[in-house]
Design a protein around this ligand. Sequence first.
Ligand code: GDP
Length: 482
Amino acid sequence: LVSIGDEALIALETIAGRAAGIFAPNVRVGVTGLSRAGKTVFITALVHNLLHGGRLPLFDLVHSSRLSSAALEPQPDDGVPRFAYESHVRDLVEKRVWPESTRAISELRLTVEYESASGWNRLLSGGRLHIDIVDYPGEWLLDLPLLGQSFDEFSAKAVALAQAGSRAALAAQFLTLAREADPEAPADEKFAAELSDAYKKYLQAGRDDGLALSTLPPGRFLMPGDLDGSPALTFAPLVQRASRARSGSLQAMMERRFESYKALVVKPFFKEHITRLDRQIVLIDAMHAMNAGPEAVHDLERALGDILACFRPGAGNVITGLWQRTIDRLLIAATKADHLHHEDHARMEAIVRRLVRGAVQKAGSAGASVETMAIAAVRATREATVMDNGERLPVIVGTPVAGEKIGEATFDGESETAIFPGDLPRDPDSIFKPGTIPTDEANRFVRFRPPRLEKSAKGVQLSLPHIRLDKALQFLLGDRLT
Ligand code: GDP
């Protein structure tokens, strides 16, 4: 009897368990994007819509009335923080403020019960699916190339970039300090921290100082998670490097910390989280980059290339051997489409396609199907038209966040206003040329408050309005819920 083998027994038990609906299958969906791309808002809106019977006509499960129930359940990974869904909903729906953004990895399990159209699925899953949503900073993905680099290669690349374009001014303080740093001098903790801080300040300035540069590795320098201040995060690239680091020298210290960063931070993150994903959505804030000008757009394109390379198990991917599952669907979505009039949505989608064209071409036949969309996880505006000198102008109407300014006016967070959102270029290539998109203060995007949800006549809480969230859901999950 023993010869049946444990594996066969486990297989039999699994089939029996599934038939009884005990072992519902799960699908792990990664949600990422650079800081403030809209990850927190996307996950909160997605779950809220599924829990509260949202309007999701493009999501077949809902459209065909097969969704029996949706509920949050304890997540499978005990070592990962839970996504703070309830407090985010309180912010969005009750307080009408945007929730706190993603700072580290978190997870949430949503279990749906549904009527399966296919008898086979019914037998295997009992019509249940656990959707494990994993939220993590896109900055962390930018670390993947580091795994294939030595400290010397990392330093050479990082220093070259710090000297290029508008980065040079931001990196001035770091570069001065780094040029002076003698690689052979005895390792000094205080100096290491000073140099590392100067490097982090430069990365931060690139992201925040109106330049909207998509950041560079090391990803934890801006999004440290719980590792802030640890030696593995206290290093920096060096301008001068000896061909061999002398033991006890500054260079030896930096090299060791760089190797620790890879071994203790980067590799475990990829192994424990990324290689277990089945589906992935990458959110981007394309408008933010375009408003900052062509350099930011180029930078976003480069960062997207690096991010998408992480999901391509195969030739050239340094984590190929680690994959436990394969991402077979990858969605790249520009969020905040509610800042545009719908007449511009198709142009926005063309821009997203253009931004990822190179990266997707490189991925070649890696097997995943890739889709691009323009969506708004939460729709904070509605559309209207105003007449201006006999001309019909499409506008968007919303409540600007308190303190937002348009021209002379400062908003109080209560009153509505109509805004002409401006047109996106017809030719997506022109986003790389200066002058196509106005980058001046007057054309800066106005931030709107989340929308007010009225209760229906029966007192039922309504769900959050959105733009094409259902289309995104259908692409990410539709085939697992047939
Ligand atoms: P994260 O850093 O990726 O988690 O980004 P968040 O989800 O916190 O989003 C950052 C900010 O972008 C929010 O505070 C909102 O101001 C804005 N935002 C995100 N999603 C939307 C959306 O769908 N519509 C609108 N109007 N604003 C959004």
